[in-house]
Design a binder for this molecule. Structure first.
Ligand SMILES: Cc1ncc(COP(=O)(O)O)c(C=O)c1O
Length: 416
C-alpha cells in the first residue's frame, strides 16, 4: 500500500505488484531496456494523440452521428498515415488487433480463398509463431506446407523459394526481419519470383515496419503485416496491407467493418495510436536507424572484445539496426538474463513468446546452432531510448557476470 501511494504521488503509473518496478524502487539501480523487439514503450506523442479518443471522441466509428463521424475521421487519418509508410493506398489497409491477427488473416484468408485448388503454401523455418502455427493448422486442415531451411546466416535463399514453387502453390509467406536474430530477408528478390510465378506473397513486417524501408510496391509484396506496439504505439492494434484484387476469405464473422474484411467495432484510440506511431517512425526513420545502428555496433564490438568465447549469431547477414543475437559459450542464457535483470538491464533469451520454455529457440536451431549454443544466446534489442551510456553500463557489467557464471560451470575450462 505504501508502495502504491508513493508511486502515485510521484506521478508515475501505479504498478504496485509489478516485480520489476518494485525491484527498481528498492535497489535504485539504473534501468536500461534492451528488449524493444518484445515491445516498446508508448511514445508520449502517441499517447497524447490517443487520449482524446478515450476522453471525448468516444463514438463508434460506424455511427452516422457526429460522435461517430469524429471517430471515423481519426480512423481514416490513421489509415492514411500507415499507408504513407507502406506507399500504398489507404483503402488497401485492414486494421486488426495486431501482428498475430494480421498474419492469421493473411495466411488463412488467402489459402481459404484458394479453396478447391488443393493449395500449397511455402514458408520458412524462422517465422514467428503467428505464421508458423497458422501454417501448422493449415496442415491439419489438409493443406500441404513447405518449410524452407535457412542458410547459416539466417537468410532464406530466393533460389530455395523458386525451387519449392509448384503449380498449386497459393501463398509464399516469409518474414521481413527476424525478431530473434534480426536478419533481413531478400524480400524484393523473393517478390520478383512470386510475381513471375503468379503466386501471392505475404510478408510479416512486424519487426521491420518503421525501422527499414517498407514500400510494398518496391518490395513486390501482396500482403504485409504490421503491429503498433513494436513502434512505440499501443498494444492490441495492427494492420494488414492487402493488394487490390487479392482474394481474401474472412476468418471472423460479424459486421461489415473494414470493407467487410475484419468485423468488430474499431479500436479507435489504438488505431489513432498506430497511425501516429507510424508517422513518427517514418519521419526520422533513416536518422534513427543510423543512430541506433552505431549503438548496436558499439555493443557488439564491446561484447566480442571483452567477453571471451562470445559470438555474434548470423553476423554476416544484412540485419536490423536494432538487434544483436549473441551467444556466450558455456553459460546458460537464463541465469545470465536474471543476473542482468537484477542489475537493471532487461534483455531476452529469445523471443518474448518462447522465453521461459525449456526448448531451444526454433530460429536458433534453424540457423544451425546446437542445443547448447542456442541455450547460451541472448538477444539485445535497442530502441529510441537507448543511448551510449546505457550501452557502456551494460558493457561494464557483462564480462564480470559471464565470468562468474562460467566459474560455476563444469564445462568451462577457461578461454580456448
Ligand atoms: C515477427 C513478428 N510477427 C508477429 C508478431 C506478433 O505481433 P503481435 O504481438 O502484435 O501480435 C511479433 C511479435 O513479437 C513478431 O515479432
Amino acid at each position: 500500500m505504501q508502495q502504491s501511494l508513493s508511486a502515485r504521488a510521484a506521478g508515475r503509473p501505479n504498478l504496485a505488484g509489478a516485480t520489476v518496478y518494485l525491484k527498481a524502487e528498492r535497489q535504485a539501480v539504473p534501468r536500461a531496456y534492451f528488449d524493444h523487439n518484445a515491445t516498446t514503450p508508448v511514445d508520449n506523442r502517441v499517447l497524447d494523440a490517443m487520449l482524446p479518443y478515450y476522453r471525448h471522441v468516444y463514438g463508434n466509428a460506424s455511427s452516422v452521428h457526429g460522435f461517430g463521424q469524429s471517430a471515423r475521421q481519426g480512423v481514416e487519418r490513421a489509415r492514411r498515415q500507415v499507408a504513407e509508410e507502406l506507399g500504398c493506398a489507404a483503402r488497401d489497409l485492414v486494421f486488426t488487433s495486431g501482428g498475430t491477427e494480421s498474419d492469421n488473416l493473411a495466411v488463412f484468408g488467402t489459402v481459404r480463398a484458394a479453396r478447391g485448388r488443393n493449395p500449397h503454401v511455402i514458408t520458412s523455418r524462422i517465422e514467428h509463431p503467428a505464421v508458423l502455427n497458422a501454417c501448422q493448422q493449415l496442415e491439419r486442415e489438409g493443406v500441404d506446407v513447405t518449410y524452407l531451411d535457412v542458410r547459416p546466416d539466417g537468410v532464406v535463399a530466393p533460389s530455395a523459394v523458386k525451387a519449392a514453387l509448384r503449380p498449386e502453390t497459393a501463398l509464399v509467406t516469409v518474414m521481413h526481419a527476424s525478431n530473434e536474430v534480426g536478419t533481413l530477408q531478400p524480400i524484393r528478390e523473393i517478390g520478383a519470383i512470386t510475381r513471375e510465378a503468379g503466386v501471392l506473397f505475404h510478408v510479416d513486417g512486424v519487426q521491420s515496419f518503421g525501422k527499414v524501408p517498407t514500400d510494398v510496391d518496391d518490395l513486390g509484396v501482396d500482403l504485409f503485416s504490421l503491429s503498433a506496439h513494436k513502434i512505440y504505439g499501443p498494444k492490441g492494434a495492427g494492420a494488414l496491407f492487402v493488394r487490390r484484387g487479392v482474394q481474401l476469405e474472412k476468418v471472423q464473422y460479424g459486421g461489415k467493418h473494414e470493407r467487410d474484411r475484419r468485423p468488430g467495432t474499431e479500436n479507435v484510440p489504438g488505431i489513432v495510436g498506430l497511425g501516429t506511431a507510424a508517422h513518427l517512425a517514418g519521419s526520422d526513420r533513416e536518422a534513427e536507424a543510423q543512430r541506433v545502428g552505431r549503438l548496436r555496433d558499439r555493443l557488439e564490438q564491446g561484447v566480442l572484445r571483452s567477453v571471451p568465447e562470445s559470438h555474434l549469431n548470423c553476423a554476416t547477414a544484412d540485419r536490423l539496426p536494432t538487434t544483436s543475437s549473441i551467444r556466450f559459450d558455456h553459460v546458460e542464457s537464463e541465469p545470465l538474463l536474471i543476473s542482468l535483470d537484477l542489475q537493471g538491464f532487461a534483455v531476452s533469451s529469445g523471443s518474448a513468446c518462447s522465453s521461459g520454455t525449456a526448448e531451444p529457440s526454433h530460429v536458433l536451431s534453424a540457423v544451425g546452432l546446437s542445443r547448447e549454443q542456442a541455450k547460451s544466446t541472448l538477444r539485445f534489442s535497442l530502441g529510441r531510448q537507448t543511448d551510449a551510456e546505457q550501452v557502456d553500463s551494460l558493457l561494464a557489467l557483462l564480462p564480470g557476470i559471464v565470468a562468474r557464471l562460467r566459474a560455476l560451470s563444469p564445462a568451462w575450462a577457461g578461454p580456448a
